[in-house]
Design a protein around this ligand. Sequence first.
Ligand code: FAD
Length: 378
Amino acid sequence: MQIIENHVLSSYTTMGIGGNARKYIEAASVEELVEALKIAKEEALPVFVLGEGSNVLIDSKGFMGCVIRPMMRQVDWQPQSDGSTLVTVGAGVRFDDIVAESCRRNLGGIEALSGIPGSAGGSLVQNIGAYGQEISEVFVSAEAVDIHDGESIRLMPANLEFAYRHTALKTADNPFVITSLTLRLVPFDADKAAARCAAHGFKKMALTKPQSASALRSIVLETRRSKAMCYDRDDVNTHSVGSFFVNPVVPGEDAQRINAASIIKNHKPMPSFPAEGGKTKLSAAWLIEQAGFNKGYSLRGAALSDYHCLAIINRLNATSDDVIALAQDIVTRVYLQFRVELQPEVVYLSPNGIAPLPCSAKEAEVYGAPLRPNPLFL
Ligand SMILES: Cc1cc2nc3c(=O)[nH]c(=O)nc-3n(C[C@H](O)[C@H](O)[C@H](O)COP(=O)(O)OP(=O)(O)OC[C@H]3O[C@@H](n4cnc5c(N)ncnc54)[C@H](O)[C@@H]3O)c2cc1C
């Protein structure tokens, strides 16, 4: 078990941002994890569980607690008599390695999640999704350890309360560390996959109708790379957390109002998708662009990616404050333009623990002038 005092965290995140943790522990087994939790408890340190750091903004001032990284790396593939396969994966496994292997076996269920960075544990907590597929759809169960008493527990789908890019575990007081998860994958179905892609606006995939999970994976990877959405240590445009904000889900009348304005202004409807309860999911990237931000827009060390308006990147030695300032700028201008409040997808680790990202439309209300609401969109 690796234990380091006052350890810098920036190199463990895809944004490359983060100050020192009071204590940093890597746990390669459930036993080591229980031991790590005991150490944190004895020293009265709050615990933060870190995966591959691809969905966290860690404050540049650091974290006054103990960061624990689950490093369990076992993988077990079990073909079932009904043709499905159960795969059980340690929380520290790179999730995309599992996606790649499932495609090699021509299994369906997670192929559209190709190229998403992160650990298996983090992917579950975040309920990762792309192109109409979510990990929740194949999730069977997870093994976890209670942070407070070190007891093991099995979590079922109902315990996780899956929602769009959210689970019951993505909270400041989440009591569980995931140690492994089991997914059920089924033989790849080309028609089903193409239909799902069509329903989610992934035209290239719907048209080419890939005949194998690997073929679909190749197109997803090519598409993601063209948008700098595959993490690459040498490409600053990927030094993000992917989408910084979630796509907002709004009542139908708000969607109609914004769509009508889009038709007048742009001579075409805005991108949108049906959501639960008769609501509409808008494209956060579209809102950001329409609010006047261009790809590459920068503020201090932070910037929007040159390839995607929804990805905030660490362009040049950015601090967490630089990223938060840019996020506030975006939230403000989108709110003033559309009366829609963007919500962060990223988890913010403050010096005291997970906290709401300090940027909101309330700030926009006071900041008002000189940004004038665009009458076309109101
Ligand atoms: C270039 C890029 C593209 C991306 N594209 C997508 C995308 O298309 N779709 C998508 O959904 N996401 C995307 N993301 C976001 C990110 O990849 C996922 O959210 C990822 O699954 C996070 O996993 P992680 O291990 O890095 O978690 P971390 O960022 O380390 O942690 C995220 C949260 O999970 C918790 N956590 C991590 N591991 C555990 C565990 N074992 N037990 C309990 N809690 C844990 C942490 O405490 C934290 O709250 C992208 C990110 C980048 C950088």
